[in-house]
Design a protein around this ligand. Structure first.
Ligand SMILES: Nc1nc2c(ncn2[C@@H]2O[C@H](COP(=O)(O)OP(=O)(O)O)[C@@H](O)[C@H]2O)c(=O)[nH]1
Ligand SMILES: [Mg+2]
Length: 372
């Protein structure tokens, strides 16, 4: 079973080994979620919701089988699986096979550099294994993809080495990528693991954005700092300060959606990052980009642009259900292999709108799902 994230022991403790969080317990919300958004925070006042009792939902009788999740993931990526499988239906391993595979990988959003890398790697593997059967080549391709994706597999760590104060997570991305939903789902997992979470509604432009985050805060019974029409950097600062004062384990800042082609909005994002650092040394500890897996090669362009602006530490790739082709993860991995600071891990992937539809990323599993 996979841990949803890793929770380190507090620094004061007599150095016990890092304890893995309990297996993901994905229970349906203990209380029926409110149908309507709660009252909007009064304008111009930084509102810190009163401390709420942490919601500890009763553990689900049986944790959801990861196999069920796997079949949904491969179902989501079935178009890619189908067109790649087609390549291996012949009887010979020849140039035509590699050419067909090249087209299939490019069609799956893998992009030119990762496609070329995979083809060269596959040829080497085929030679080494002395494979003669195209079906065996498919297995070798799965290995090649899994190895390429492996550096992206890394758990999100809460409470790092010697860290005082909360783990501060800043979340960015374009509009509709799934930032708020993913924060809500992550908050649920954190709250269930007894982490004290505070959400910062740093998407101050739209009232609906604050309300949406407030609904998630309410569902998970965690605190939220919001401010109508205020400065997102100020809200983030207040939230981190409040999170420290209240002994929170995690502060998550939800920012407004923006395109990397909007320089003033990218500047604002940098300012939020800088301001968070002023509220707490070493923060933000995680700068996450949420990308919509459906956007194909554009997702890679977003990763690069946001990384340039705010130095990403992790990714959440959503919407791998539906029409996503999945190859973009290989493109992200190949880019990451050449990035000065090392690869940007994919902490979570999303395959739907429900709570259990956000899961940790497993490279081998993903490679299998891609080719299934
Ligand atoms: N199908 C699908 N929908 C998702 C996923 N993640 C988020 N969504 C939906 O995408 C829409 C936009 O999500 P939201 O969190 O508001 O995006 P934000 O603008 O980045 O905050 C909502 O309708 C979500 O339910 C996913 O993994 N799969
Ligand atoms: Mg949002």
């Amino acid at each position: 079973m996979f841990s949803f994230f890793r929770k380190k022991a507090p620094p004061a403790a007599p150095a016990p080994p890092a304890v893995a969080a309990p297996s993901p317990v994905v229970a349906p919300p203990a209380v029926a979620p409110p149908a309507l958004a709660p009252d909007v925070t009064p304008a111009s006042a930084t509102a810190i919701a009163p401390a709420a009792v942490p919601a500890i939902a009763p553990a689900a009788a049986a944790p959801p089988a990861r196999s069920g999740w796997f079949s949904r993931l491969s179902q989501g990526l079935r178009k890619t699986g189908g067109s790649i499988a087609q390549v291996f239906t012949g009887t010979r391993i020849d140039e035509a096979l590699y050419e067909e595979l090249e087209s299939a990988l490019l069609m799956a959003d893998t992009g030119v550099p990762a496609t070329q890398f995979l083809l060269a790697d596959l040829r080497r593997r085929v030679k080494e294994a002395r494979a003669t059967d195209p079906a065996a080549v498919k297995g070798l391709l799965a290995d090649a993809i899994a190895d390429l994706l492996a550096p992206l597999q890394k758990p999100l760590v809460i409470g790092g080495e010697g860290r005082e104060g909360p783990t501060v997570i800043m979340v960015a991305g374009v509009n509709g990528a799934g930032k708020t939903t993913s924060i809500g789902k992550l908050t649920r997992h954190l709250a269930q693991a007894d982490c004290k979470v505070l959400l910062a509604a740093a998407d101050t432009f739209r009232a609906a954005a604050r309300e949406q985050l407030a609904v998630w805060a309410d569902r998970n019974r965690v605190e939220i700092v919001a401010q109508a029409g205020g400065d997102p950097a100020a809200v983030s600062f207040d939230a981190v300060t409040a999170g420290r004062a209240r002994g929170c384990d995690v502060v998550i800042a939800d920012t407004a959606g923006r395109l990397p082609t909007q320089p003033h909005l990218m500047e604002e994002l940098k300012k939020i990052r800088r301001t968070i650092a002023k509220a707490q040394d070493g923060a933000p500890h995680e700068v996450l980009l949420v990308v919509d897996g459906n956007t194909g090669q554009n997702a890679l362009a977003q990763v690069k642009a946001f990384d340039d602006a705010i130095q990403l530490t992790g990714l959440v790739v959503t919407k791998l259900d539906g029409t996503a082709k999945g190859g973009v993860l290989a493109a992200i991995a190949r880019w990451g292999a050449q990035r000065a600071g090392g690869p940007v891990p994919v902490y979570f992937i999303g395959i739907g709108e429900k709570l259990e539809d956000l899961q940790t990323f497993d490279a081998r599993e993903f490679a299998r799902a891609l080719l299934d």
